[in-house]
Ligand binder design. Structure first.
Ligand SMILES: Cc1ncc(COP(=O)(O)O)c(C=O)c1O
Length: 404
């Protein structure tokens, strides 16, 4: 086997892979499997089953459509690309040509890797508002770029545009925009996103917009006073060549295991992005594309029901965190389904605290330090699981904290 310590250069693991790590979000459940009997505030997986009408549509396709088990066209099934373009137009007011500007991918994850490999040259800097999604940094490293962590505002996990501006150098190539954010649950203010767009134009930077959680902003749903929602860089014509956006079907439609998402970009970018897609995946799984098509074109009440359930879980999480004061402090999440809980009872690092909680209280959390230096002294708590599991997890933390 190849080994990093091997004296034989030809058997050494390539530096770009030596430099990356499996994220703590995925490691914690593996550790928990060894401990046994754990409940989870760990991985960002909503507890919901894939909605019935999506399952039915996939079964129908497999039964009736002889092409359902074959490769699709490389950028994705035409009907799905059209549905995605219509969805972006309806929700963001941005027009993308389904023929040349939409690519269906193996989750948002593959789309992000495609972008990093296409945009980032060796040594290029990519600004990541921090704490940020751990895989963004790993993907930058995999592309031999340099992740530059710029702290978010600690008071509300909003974007600190002045800090981002100060971090721009001649090597800066791109900025990640992920709002609502994982791991913070923060949502950027429109004025800050506008200012960021100005910065991108001024310095000719690419905005990599990860909209995985764009459907989940608390208090900002159809019918609420703050709807239609936020300013989106994706919809600004002058930023057409500066914005590449990804989205996911994973969380919104309870399709995490189906691995389907997409990238939308100007045709010139897309032609290049699809070369990476071709070399890695050929196409997203065709059955999963049928699932995504049914998700987008079918009834949306499943999304409304999941949003309502997540809103109740958010309230429960906030109540339970309030009761854990002064041992934990937090910013109430405005979007997604995460809270960063800052612990005040020890100076130990977040990995050590997460491991203690796992081994002593049997609760899975994710160490905040794995989301960038600003995440240290925090644990990320996901409230995607149902209320019974959340209640059990917080009961266990309460007992554990009481015995400290
Ligand atoms: C911000 C963010 N981007 C991308 C992904 C990956 O999504 P997918 O399952 O579509 O690959 C996740 C998953 O947790 C995420 O939180």
């Amino acid at each position: 086997m190849s080994d990093i310590t091997s004296p034989q250069a030809s058997l050494r693991v390539a530096e770009r892979v030596r430099n990356i790590r499996i994220s703590a979000t995925k490691l914690m459940p593996m550790l928990a499997a060894k401990v046994g009997g754990c409940v989870s505030l760990g991985q960002g997986v909503p507890s919901f089953r894939t909605p019935d009408h999506i399952v039915e549509a996939v079964c129908r396709a497999l039964r009736d459509d002889p092409t359902a088990g074959r490769y699709s066209l490389q950028p994705g099934m035409p009907a799905l690309r059209e549905a995605i373009a219509a969805d972006i137009l309806a929700r963001k007011g941005a027009r993308f040509d389904p023929e040349t500007e939409i690519g269906v991918t193996v989750g948002a994850m593959e789309a992000l890797v495609m972008i990093m490999l296409t945009v980032v040259e060796r040594g290029d800097e990519v600004i990541i508002p921090s704490p940020g999604y751990a895989s963004h940094a790993e993907q930058v490293l995999m592309a031999e770029g340099v992740p530059v962590h710029v702290p978010l505002r600690a008071a509300d996990w909003g974007l600190d545009v002045d800090a981002v501006r100060a971090a721009v150098t001649p090597r800066t190539r791109a900025i990640i925009v992920c709002s609502p954010g994982n791991p913070t649950g923060g949502v950027y203010d429109d004025a800050d996103v506008r200012a960021l767009c100005g910065l991108a134009l001024e310095h000719d930077l690419v905005l990599i917009v990860d909209d995985t959680y764009d459907y989940m902003v608390y208090g900002e749903q159809p019918g609420s006073p703050r709807f239609p929602p936020r300013f989106s860089p994706v919809a600004q014509p002058e930023l057409r060549r500066h914005v590449i956006t990804v989205n996911s079907f994973s969380k919104k439609y309870a399709l995490t295991g189906w691995r389907v998402g997409y990238v939308a970009a100007d045709a010139a970018w897309m032609a290049e992005l699809l070369k990476v897609h071709d070399a890695t995946a050929v196409c997203a799984p065709t059955v999963s594309q049928h699932a995504a098509l049914a998700a987008l074109t079918g009834p949306q009440d499943c999304v409304a029901a999941m949003r309502a359930a997540l809103a109740a879980r958010r309230d429960l999480t906030c109540r339970r965190l309030d009761a854990l004061a002064p041992h934990f402090a937090y910013v109430p999440p405005r979007g997604a389904f995460y809270a960063m809980a800052r612990y005040t009872f020890t100076d130990a690092g977040s990995m050590a605290v997460a491991r203690r909680l796992l081994e002593e209280a049997r609760v899975i959390t994710v160490p905040g330090g794995s989301f960038g230096p600003t995440g240290e002294r925090h644990l990320r708590l996901s409230f995607g699981m149902d209320e019974a599991e959340l209640t059990e997890a917080f009961d266990r933390i309460q007992h554990w904290v009481a015995a400290l």
